[in-house]
Design a protein around this ligand. Structure first.
Ligand code: ATP
Length: 362
């Protein structure tokens, strides 16, 4: 088949394997039903448990296989008790981000009518926005290399023209795709602190340069503190937001909170040629092996992967399947049926995924 894609799978640690298996099976059934594309999944070792066994957290063959794959689907890696000798956590997902220069951290926030949210949404209002977190520089530039003396500590924030140009081009293209799909009004908001820091004035200037190339899209700016307030007060007004690494780190957890928690929050880290799709949550070792893990963040990450591959390779059926998958999960959450205990249900991981497959008729 022409539209056949190699997907590198990282099952990871803790609940990772439990949510990976049913997600892969579901994606496989969806592809088989479509007849328009095929997914070939290959699993590769990496993570904290692998490090404990072998002394390697991301073996070279796994990294090479990931580089060659059409996309990477990763569950969660890291375990609190297994650390590098310097005490830092095992996080090969961050190594992949650096190795493939995955500058765009894409964090969709979606609450459809009746969906899980701690907010009281006014009648007829739904939340559907995407937060894009720059993921390679910003305040993470000196991560692990900050200077600390007896009297002071110093970290450096870096904003480069090179990364910003790629980031903003990606952001405006995503807003245009959403507009074309009828999912947003085509509005892009630059979230910064340009009133206080020169680096953010530079960030905003580069944003405006890209905005000028997209007269068909609306571009505006917001300070990060006001954005945190508005994400709680009127989140339905946002469409696509783009921000610096640390601001994005914080706002994306606020976004996960708006949609009823980590079990429903998918993400993607995207570069010019490669992309990693993974749930926002960690390996949840407290519930591992009990069948309690919510698979939906992983399933929704799989939907993002279908969308990305479909758009990149011009396979509309993949984008349609991504939409159908999102709708099926939304409907199941809204019905409060066949959901795991974190959403107030009694379904086990495999049952929740099977119910999604049933809704999709595959
Ligand atoms: P990390 O630092 O790797 O992000 P963490 O310790 O901050 O990890 P998680 O591993 O995401 O956090 O777990 C936080 C809490 O959320 C735990 O109580 C965990 O059981 C719960 N949790 C996380 N993911 C899920 C899931 N898919 N289903 C149900 N509960 C989950």
């Amino acid at each position: 088949m022409t539209n056949s894609f190699d997907i590198a799978i990282f099952e990871g640690d803790g609940i990772g394997p439990e949510i990976t298996a049913p997600t892969v099976a579901l994606l496989d059934r969806l592809a088989a039903r479509s007849g328009a594309y095929a997914l070939k999944f290959t699993s590769h070792p990496a993570g904290a448990a692998h490090y404990a066994k072998t002394g390697e957290s991301l073996p070279k063959p796994s990294l090479y296989a990931a580089a060659k794959a059409d996309a990477i689907l990763l569950s969660a890696m890291g375990l609190p008790d297994i650390r590098y000798p310097d005490g830092t956590e095992i996080s090969p997902q961050i190594d992949l981000r650096k190795a493939f220069q995955l500058f765009a951290g894409v964090r969709p926030v979606r609450v459809t009518e009746g969906g899980e949210t701690p907010l009281k949404l006014p009648p007829g209002k739904e939340i559907d926005f995407v937060l894009i977190r720059e993921s390679t520089e910003g305040l993470f530039h000196t991560q692990g290399r900050g200077e600390v003396t007896e009297t002071e500590a110093r970290e450096t924030l870096l904003i480069t023209r090179d990364i910003c140009e790629k980031l903003f081009e990606f952001t405006f293209n995503l807003a245009a795709d959403r507009k074309a799909q009828g999912r947003g009004p085509g509005r892009v908001t630059c979230v910064d602190k340009a009133n206080v820091f020169r680096a953010f004035a530079f960030f905003r200037q580069l944003f405006d340069e890209e905005a000028a190339k997209h007269p068909d899209l609306k571009a505006d700016h917001a300070y990060v503190d006001a954005t945190a307030l508005w994400m709680v007060q009127k989140p339905w007004e946002f469409d696509v937001m783009v921000t610096e690494n640390m601001f994005g780190d914080i706002l994306s957890d606020l976004g996960a909170g708006l949609m009823g928690g980590l079990g429903l929050a998918p993400s993607a880290d995207i570069g010019l040629s490669q992309a990693v799709f993974q749930p926002c949550h960690g390996s949840a070792p407290d519930i591992a092996g009990k069948g309690l893990a919510n698979p939906f963040a992983m399933v929704l990450s799989g939907a993002m992967m279908l969308d990305w591959l479909g758009l990149k390779h011009g396979v509309q059926t993949m984008c349609d399947d991504a939409s159908a998958l999102r709708d099926a999960v939304d409907a199941q959450v809204a019905a409060r049926a066949d959901v795991t205990p974190d959403l107030g249900g009694t379904a086990r991981t495999a049952e929740a995924t099977e119910a999604v497959a049933k809704r999709l008729g595959c």
